[in-house]
Design a binder for this molecule. Structure first.
Ligand SMILES: *Cc1c(COP(=O)(O)O)cnc(C)c1O
Length: 389
């Protein structure tokens, strides 16, 4: 059977070059030293880690000293929130974020509320966009941090980060963005975006799982997140994940060169897929902004049927997609993102997310356009929700 993976927002397969770059650091005969050790074994590992740091920094136009390695997107998001809030807690106690953030932001925000901090959760419009004026209006003299994702992982909407940064200028507020869905996928330049902190995760851009980073602009007042050793300029204790960091460095190096090709390839496939679905299937809606969206993302609500049933039926045909957020696919709650853009719960339940990637071809899209409408037709024939004439 044909196998079509279209769940690249959940994770991506590591590039062969990435695996190759990691191997010397997983091997008893080669570089296994602890980068903090002063002997030659350690110093060889240290040099490699610093080389990878420079590649990561180059991809987002940062200084290598502004990159802190973490275990992934979730840790980077937690670190950004806790680090800023606890470092500035004597004067400020307020966070501004949105209702459509990933749970790696929303869950720590709820935790911080229990610790006495205050959180404003901004609404978004029907396309998932945050209004920069609403961000500005929510600022008080107690606001320490604004955290708004660069692009949403479900509906693919790209937020006006640079515009928001301009409005925050001079307000004494730190600005963080969760860029896990954009680093290595669209152009991400911390200076153009104007952010103080930025989270990313290697496994979302063809790197290994368990490796990520937090960009922390020079001069940002941050408390360490992991208390322990003095690694990462005393900001994140723990022996560095050397193989993971080497893989992430390689993934960044390749992304920098390959970005225009990736965008072109995915945009073409995405448009073919979304236009095909909207043409063939009646009562279907594309979620997210029509143009300010990720090149890889096609999220649709299919009326009268359940996302879960569509997903399982697609899986039987070898097509891997997700419904709602991958992280919430074990719960029966409708997606908080789709509710926030104003979808009624029954439509939010009937959503399917296709996210494309480098191994997808036009033939894959043709296969989905052949199979998916048949599945929808079959499920609708059994659905009690369809109003029959
Ligand atoms: C995947 C994802 C995360 C979590 O990243 P991990 O590396 O899996 O912890 C955070 N934010 C967004 C937007 C994501 O898509």
């Amino acid at each position: 059977m044909r196998q079509v993976y279209m769940d690249y927002a959940a994770t991506t397969p590591p590039l062969p070059e990435v695996v190759e770059a990691m191997l010397p650091y997983l091997d008893e005969k080669r570089v296994f030293g602890n980068p903090s050790s002063l002997h030659s074994f350690g110093q060889e590992a240290r040099a490699a880690v610093e080389e990878a740091r420079a590649k990561v920094a180059a991809l987002i136009n940062a200084d290598p000293r502004e990159i802190v390695f973490t275990s992934g997107g979730t840790e980077s998001d937690n670190f950004a929130l806790h680090g800023v809030l606890y470092a500035n807690k004597d004067k400020k106690d307020h966070i501004i974020t949105t209702k459509i953030e990933h749970s790696a932001i929303l869950a720590p925000c709820r935790f911080l509320e229990k610790q006495g901090f205050k959180v404003t959760y901004l609404n978004v419009d029907k396309d998932g966009l945050v209004d920069p004026e609403e961000v500005k209006a929510a600022i008080t003299d107690k606001t320490a941090l604004v955290s708004i994702m660069h692009a949403n992982n479900e509906i693919g909407t790209i937020e006006p980060i640079a515009e928001i940064a301009k409005l925050l200028n001079g307000k004494g507020v730190y600005f963080h963005t969760d860029a896990v869905q954009t680093v290595g996928q669209i152009n991400v330049d911390v200076k153009e975006l104007g952010v103080d902190l930025l989270s990313a995760s290697a496994h979302k851009f063809y790197g290994p799982k368990g490796a990520g980073f937090l960009y922390i602009k020079k001069g940002t007042r941050m408390k360490a997140f992991m208390l322990g050793g003095e690694q990462e300029q005393r900001r994140r204790g723990s022996t560095e994940n050397v193989p993971g960091i080497m893989g992430m460095g390689k993934a960044c190096e390749i992304a920098k060169i390959d970005l225009p090709n990736r965008i072109k390839h995915l945009t073409d496939l995405r448009d073919k897929l979304s236009q095909g679905l909207l043409k063939i299937i009646p009562d279907i809606h594309l979620n997210g902004h029509p143009t300010k969206r990720l090149p890889k993302n096609v999220d649709v609500s299919v009326q009268f049927i359940e996302g879960e049933s569509m997903l399982l039926n697609l899986d039987l045909e070898g097509i891997a997609v997700s419904t709602g957020s991958a992280c919430s696919s074990s719960t029966l709650e409708p997606s908080h993102v789709l509710l926030a853009i104003g979808k009624p719960p029954e439509e939010a339940h009937g959503s399917i997310r296709f996210t494309l990637g480098r191994l997808n071809t036009e033939a894959d899209v043709d296969y989905v356009l052949d199979i998916f409408p048949k599945i929808v037709e079959k499920l609708r024939a059994m659905s009690p929700l369809v109003r029959r004439k």
